[in-house]
Write a protein that binds this ligand. Structure first.
Ligand code: HEC
Ligand code: HEC
Length: 263
């Protein structure tokens, strides 16, 4: 069986200058009496947290190419990690892929988790909350409130115009005033509202589809979509790991890039 692995570099937050050069050399010394083997095993055990496996020998056998080295930087150190257990990815494949796809790109009704377009918000804490407590996206059937079938078609054309998708401009102009009842949730400009999971309608990213029939059907029948809560099933530690994994899918520069950006 293949176990997914990943390579990464980690910089400690703030300064980490507690290790002397001599100590670092000891940690990296692979000779008899050096600490490298112990260091490697301990790190692997830490990286395995959140995994059900509790057998040290089996763990070492699963990740034979795992390595960790310390890179000396001008200020402090960096850890270079190779072929480390990708626990988040494994958890995702086991628990989430059935709905979101093994590439996390979603499907009709199941959001793409890789595109930085969020129904509820894409910061780590919000993602964690979504996974832990679940979400329930509800749009009531709006057909009656909008009016006749023609009115529904007009407002659907207006929706398509918001993202510059193919639409009939005359129908869209007729539909525009009707959008006032949609604005309560989708916002006056149709940019959505993450507090209730109302999608942004201006971005050509569709949860259900960007054709006139799908949009009219949604207006007429509404939507009722559930992301199950996972807190009880997985526990807080795994939910936390998964949140980090999901966040990383659309932040490939990683935490370091994010931290730089925030400085
Ligand atoms: C039974 C199907 C199902 C499973 C299993 C599932 N999800 Fe979801 N997930 C959904 C649906 C449906 C939504 C959209 C809910 C909505 O429309 O309000 C969603 C929404 C989300 C969102 C919010 C996306 C956004 O744009 O804000 C995240 C994050 C997420 N899921 C992550 C996960 C993770 C991680 C797992 C595995 C622990 C998982 N999901 C398992 C069905 C599922
Ligand atoms: C009470 C709040 C509410 C109102 C009012 C509302 N919507 Fe929605 N709408 C939502 C939510 C929430 C979703 C996401 C449903 C889901 O998660 O499955 C949604 C989804 C949609 C979608 C699907 C978007 C996609 O990416 O596929 C379209 C299109 C849409 N709404 C258009 C409208 C139009 C047009 C109106 C007015 C006639 C309207 N909505 C009124 C809350 C609302």
């Amino acid at each position: 069986m293949d176990y997914p692995v990943l390579d990464t570099q980690i910089s400690p937050e703030g300064r980490l200058d507690v290790l002397s050069k001599a100590e670092i050399n000891k940690l990296l010394d692979t000779s008899h009496g050096g600490l490298y083997t112990v260091f490697r095993h301990c790190t692997l055990a830490v990286l395995n947290s959140g995994n059900a496996l509790d057998d040290g020998k089996e763990l070492l056998a699963r990740y034979p190419d795992f390595s960790i080295s310390i890179l000396l930087r001008e200020r402090g150190i960096k850890l270079d990690i190779r072929n480390a257990p990708a626990i988040g990815e494994r958890l995702f494949l086991n628990t989430c892929a059935q709905c979101h796809g093994s590439d996390a790109q979603g499907n009709k009704g199941f959001p793409n988790l890789t595109d930085k377009d969020w129904l509820y918000g894409g910061d780590p804490a919000t993602i964690e909350l979504t996974i832990s407590q679940g979400r329930h996206g509800i749009m009531p059937p709006m057909g009656a409130a909008v009016g006749t079938d023609d009115d529904v078609r007009n407002v659907a054309n207006y929706v398509l115009s918001l993202s510059d998708s193919a639409h009939d401009p005359i129908k869209a102009a007729f539909g525009k005033p009707k959008f006032a009842i949609c604005a309560a949730c989708h916002g006056p400009e149709g940019k959505g509202n993450q507090a209730i999971g109302a999608p942004n309608l201006t971005d050509k990213i569709w949860l259900y589809g960007g054709d006139i029939d799908t949009i009219m059907d949604g207006i007429n029948h509404g939507h009722n979509n559930t992301m199950p809560a996972h807190k009880t099933l997985l526990g807080d530690a795994k939910v936390h790991l998964l949140a980090a994994y999901v966040w990383s899918l659309s932040n490939s520069g990683g935490l370091e890039a994010e931290q730089k950006q925030n400085k």
